[in-house]
Ligand binder design. Structure first.
Ligand SMILES: Cc1ncc(COP(=O)(O)O)c(C=O)c1O
Length: 416
C-alpha cells in the first residue's frame, strides 16, 4: 500500500474527496486494504499503484462491458484521434450513432447526446416539464447528481427547499403507492422517471401498469437505462420486459468506458429540444462516438450479453453450491438479478458478516463493491476457475475468522 498511501495523502491535499466520483472514493472502501488508485487495466484485470493485480468486479461502476484495453475499440478511437477530437461544427458521426440507436432501441426515434448519465436524466426532466407544462416529478431509483434528484436524498446539502418539494419518490414494485400519489394530484406530475429494473425483477406486470398509469395521468414515462442499457439486453430493459417508455436515458456501458450518454425518445417529444436548451461543448466529441459505434458492433458480433448471462448463471449456481458444501448457506445468500447479483446475509445474521466477506474478497484480489459487475473478459474459462477459487477462499476465511470486533461501520462509509 506504500504508493497508494503516498498518493492518497497528496490527492487529499489538492482534491476534495480525493476522487471525482463518490463511489470510487475512500468513503466506500476499506482503509489499508482496498487500493485507492488504479493505474491500468487489461481485460477484467486491473493493477493498483503498488502493482497489485486484481480481478475487477466493479468495472468502472459499470461502463466496462467488454473489458479494459479492448484492441478493436482502441483502434477505432486512435483512427478518429488522428482526424480530430472536438470540432467547431457537428460531425456526421452523431447521425451515424443516432441511426444505430434508433434501429436498436424501441423508444428511440430521435437522439441527443451528453457525457454523463446525469446530463441526460436532467435533460429528460426538463423535457418532460416543457412538454407537459407541469413541474413535479416522481422517481424510483438513482438518477445522478443534479438538484432535481439529489435534493430528495441524504446528500441534499446545497439544494434549495423549493426544488426538493418538486420531487416525490415511489417504491419499486409498489403500483398502489404510485397510483395513490398520482390520484391525489392528477394533473401535477410531468414525469415518472425510473430504473426499469435494479436488483429485483418487476412483479405482477409492474412496468406495464406504470406505463398505463403514466398515460392515464398525462405524464411522460422516462426509463433511466443508464445501468440496464447495453447490459440487460442490447435493445435495453425496455425490450427485455416489453414496455416502451416515451423517453429513455443511456450511458455507462454504451462505449465501454468512454464518456458518452444519450437521451432518446419519440419524435413528437424529442423535437422539443429545438427550443429547450440542452447544450454542451463536448456533446458531439468524436472519440466517444466512434467508441460507442465500435462497442455496439462488438456486443452484437460476439454476442457479449448472452455470454455474460450464461457465465452469470453458472457463477450463481457454483457459488450457491460452495455456500451449501461449506455450510455457509445459513449465513450468506446470493441475491439479485443475473446481470448484477450480490451477496446478502440471511435474516437475523449480523450485517458485519457481509462487510467482512467483502473485505476478504478484496484481500483475495477480487475488487468488488456491492454487486458483481460483469464484463465479457470475465467469461474466459480459465479466469472463471480463478474467480471461483478466490470466492471460495474469501467465504471460508470469513467463516473461520468471524471475530468482527475491530470492524467499524462509520456513518460516511465502511472501513476496517
Ligand atoms: C441509474 C443511473 N442513472 C443515472 C446515473 C448518473 O450517471 P453519471 O454518474 O454518469 O452522471 C447513474 C450513475 O450511477 C445511474 O446508476
Amino acid at each position: 500500500m506504500k504508493n497508494n498511501k503516498k498518493l492518497f495523502k497528496s490527492a487529499l491535499k489538492y482534491i476534495p474527496l480525493a476522487s471525482q466520483t463518490y463511489s470510487k472514493s475512500y468513503k466506500v472502501h476499506f482503509k489499508n486494504i482496498s487500493p485507492y488508485f488504479l493505474k491500468k487495466g487489461n481485460g477484467c484485470y486491473v493493477w493498483d499503484e503498488d502493482n497489485k493485480k486484481y480481478i475487477d468486479f466493479i468495472c468502472g461502476l459499470l461502463p466496462i462491458i467488454i473489458g479494459y484495453n479492448c484492441k478493436q475499440i482502441n483502434k477505432a478511437i486512435i483512427k478518429q484521434l488522428n482526424k480530430g477530437i472536438t470540432f467547431s461544427l457537428p460531425t456526421k458521426i452523431e447521425t451515424q450513432l443516432s441511426k444505430v440507436l434508433c434501429k436498436l432501441i424501441p423508444s428511440a426515434e430521435m437522439v441527443r447526446f451528453g457525457k454523463n448519465g446525469s446530463d441526460v436524466t436532467a435533460a429528460a426532466i426538463r423535457l418532460s416539464r416543457a412538454y407537459t407544462k407541469r413541474n413535479n416529478v416522481i422517481f424510483c431509483g438513482y438518477h445522478g447528481w443534479h438538484d432535481w434528484y439529489i435534493g430528495k436524498t441524504k446528500m441534499s446539502i446545497g439544494v434549495p427547499e423549493k426544488i426538493k418539494k418538486l420531487t416525490t419518490s415511489f417504491k419499486y414494485n409498489d403500483i398502489n403507492q404510485l397510483e395513490k400519489i398520482l390520484k391525489k394530484n392528477p394533473k401535477k406530475y410531468a414525469a415518472i422517471i425510473m430504473e426499469p429494473v435494479y436488483d429485483i425483477e418487476p412483479k405482477s406486470n409492474f412496468l406495464k401498469k406504470v406505463r398505463l398509469l403514466s398515460k392515464k395521468y398525462g405524464c411522460l414515462l422516462i426509463f433511466d437505462e443508464i445501468v440496464t442499457g447495453f447490459r440487460v439486453h442490447l435493445k435495453g430493459a425496455q425490450h427485455y420486459y416489453g414496455v416502451t417508455p416515451d423517453v429513455s436515458c443511456f450511458g455507462k456501458a454504451m462505449a465501454n468506458g468512454m464518456p458518452i450518454s444519450a437521451i432518446v425518445g419519440k419524435k413528437k417529444i424529442m423535437k422539443n429540444f429545438d427550443k429547450i436548451f440542452f447544450s454542451t461543448t463536448f456533446g458531439g466529441e468524436t472519440l466517444s462516438m466512434v467508441a460507442a459505434l465500435e462497442t455496439i458492433k462488438y456486443l452484437k458480433s460476439k454476442k457479449v450479453i448472452n455470454s455474460i448471462k450464461k457465465f452469470s448463471k453458472y457463477l450463481i449456481n457454483d457459488i450457491n453450491n460452495i455456500l451449501k458444501n461449506n455450510k455457509l448457506d445459513h449465513i450468506f445468500i446470493l441475491k439479485g438479478v443475473w446481470w448484477r447479483p450480490s451477496f446478502g446475509v440471511r435474516k437475523g445474521i449480523n450485517k458485519k458478516y457481509l462487510i467482512a466477506l467483502r473485505r476478504n474478497l478484496i484481500i483475495n484480489k477480487l475488487l468488488i463493491g456491492n454487486s458483481f459487475n460483469f464484463c465479457f473478459a470475465h467469461t474466459d474459462k480459465k479466469i472463471y476457475k480463478k474467480i471461483l477459487f478466490k470466492i471460495k477462499n474469501a467465504l471460508k476465511e470469513t467463516k473461520s475468522n468471524n471475530n468482527f470486533e475491530n470492524l467499524k461501520i462509520y456513518k460516511d462509509g465502511v472501513r476496517s
